[in-house]
Design a protein around this ligand. Structure first.
Ligand SMILES: *Cc1c(COP(=O)(O)O)cnc(C)c1O
Length: 445
């Protein structure tokens, strides 16, 4: 797809009306009319379990409808039959085919969701800190130097991704991480001098109006926050609603806020989630990138490797090169987490390593800022560094990129090679060891 590279002034861009479709509006999406009826029914079944929300820009500009159902952005946003196991699918399909109440659908959906590990990697029990003797809802503090904050107003997205490991944020209030108390966030940060990074996450903080975002971030320029060096904002908006930075009514105020933080000496990084290079093709995204970079903020990119969406090393190396060219910094390639629709998107670990390696070896050093493939697991971020043969035993070589105990970082450890393993808990220590070096300490945490 050839696109013009010449950047136009911002006022030349038409601001489209933002329209979203949720699961009850599947029949209103014209583009789906051409699909076989059974595919639409399958979508409705799955959309009663997993969150579904897609906007007009994704539908009109990012999906190539002639490639559907195999189009990567279609797979990324529209529910797929394979996301549910057969039993759950049949249960929900049967219920929808007979007369039913909303309450019955909700009950069944809740049951199915409980089977899908909604809160992986101990995030409920192990990551939520205390302040003044109470759990601070809406904060996760797993790694010493970085605090995650989930602003209440940012706990949805412009469009939802089918694979999203945060899917539980969107299906019920009871277990949602969120907080709208900026004082609590500020007091917590002021008290924790070991913290250097604040990571605003969600959902997507960029769905918030700038005034709301400012309420959380502006204060960080005060001297009591001198230890907070870096402000990261995790977002999908750069490709799914780039108008946020260009034509939205408060786009200018947003850019001004970023510039203000940069001018106050903060490192500001937009952590852009980009799953496929197809998402980068629009002029409006290129303009958003240019405007963000003009503020002095950086843009880093990250995404998991996903079956049915981006299992293509050539695509990854092209994407990293293109991102570098556009002024972004490739940061992480993740492994699909053990939650939600993992069954549809997972790949064996050895494959993730092969694909990462094939992509990585084809880019120059400036794009090798990317790390991975990495599992965000209970004890930390574990990288598959390689597959090796050591004294006749085939093993995975692993290392922590990030760990609950910083001492575990950068110490290689070894697991028995296993072609079926898709996650850390499938792995067994190599060389006849009973456990990994970090296991006792982790279990005691
Ligand atoms: C990934 C992650 C971070 C950030 O880790 P970096 O290596 O600094 O990018 C922080 N907290 C949690 C819970 C994470 O999963």
């Amino acid at each position: 797809m050839q696109q013009t590279v010449k950047l136009q002034p911002a006022q030349a861009y038409q601001a489209p009306r933002f329209t979203v479709y949720q699961h009850r509006q599947i029949d209103k999406i014209e583009q789906l009319d051409k699909l076989p009826e059974h595919l639409r029914f399958e979508m409705k079944v799955v959309a009663n379990v997993f969150p579904f929300r897609v906007n007009n820009f994704v539908i009109e500009e990012l999906i190539d409808w002639h490639k559907v159902p195999n189009d990567p952005v279609f797979q990324l946003t529209f529910p797929q039959r394979g996301m549910l196991d057969d039993e759950s699918y049949e249960q929900m399909a049967a219920l929808l085919k007979r007369s039913h109440t909303a309450e019955e659908v909700f009950q069944l959906a809740t049951q199915i969701r409980h089977r899908l590990n909604p809160h992986p990697a101990g995030q409920m029990e192990k990551n939520v800190p205390e302040y003044g003797g109470e759990r601070v809802e809406g904060i996760q503090h797993k790694y010493k130097e970085t605090v995650l904050f989930f602003p209440s107003q940012g706990q949805y997205c412009h469009s939802y991704c089918t694979f999203c490991f945060r899917w539980a944020q969107f299906v019920g209030k009871a277990t949602r991480f969120n907080n709208n108390d900026e004082d609590l966030l500020h007091n917590y940060l002021a008290e924790h001098k070991e913290v250097t990074d604040l990571l605003m996450t969600g959902g997507d903080p960029m769905v918030m109006r700038t005034v709301k975002l400012r309420k959380y971030l502006e204060a960080l320029t005060e001297p009591r926050f001198d230890h907070i060096k870096t402000i990261r904002i995790g977002t999908k908006s750069l490709t799914f609603w780039p108008f946020r930075y260009v034509t939205d009514p408060d786009a200018k105020e947003l850019l001004a806020l970023l510039a203000e933080l940069v001018n106050a000496g903060k490192h500001v990084s937009i952590m852009a989630h980009v799953n496929h290079k197809q998402e980068l093709r629009t002029d409006i995204t290129k303009e958003a990138i240019r405007l963000i970079r003009k503020t002095g903020a950086q843009i880093r990119t990250q995404a998991p490797l996903l079956n049915n969406i981006n299992v293509d090393s050539q695509m990854w190396s092209d994407m990293w090169k293109e991102q570098t060219q556009m002024g972004m910094i490739p940061y992480y390639m993740f492994i699909e987490r053990d939650t939600g629709a993992k069954r549809y998107f997972e790949l064996p670990l050895y494959r993730t390593w092969e694909i990462f390696r094939d992509a990585y070896k084809n880019v120059s050093g400036v794009s090798r800022t990317v790390r991975g493939p990495s599992m965000s697991a209970g004890p930390g971020k574990v990288e598959i560094s390689g597959v090796a043969q050591i004294h006749g035993e085939k093993v995975f070589v692993l290392r922590f990129i990030q760990a609950r105990n910083p001492d575990w970082v950068q110490q290689p450890f070894f697991a028995q090679y296993d072609e079926k393993a898709t996650w850390l808990n499938d792995l067994k220590p190599a060389f006849g060891e009973e456990k990994f070096f970090w296991e006792d300490e982790y279990n005691a945490m």
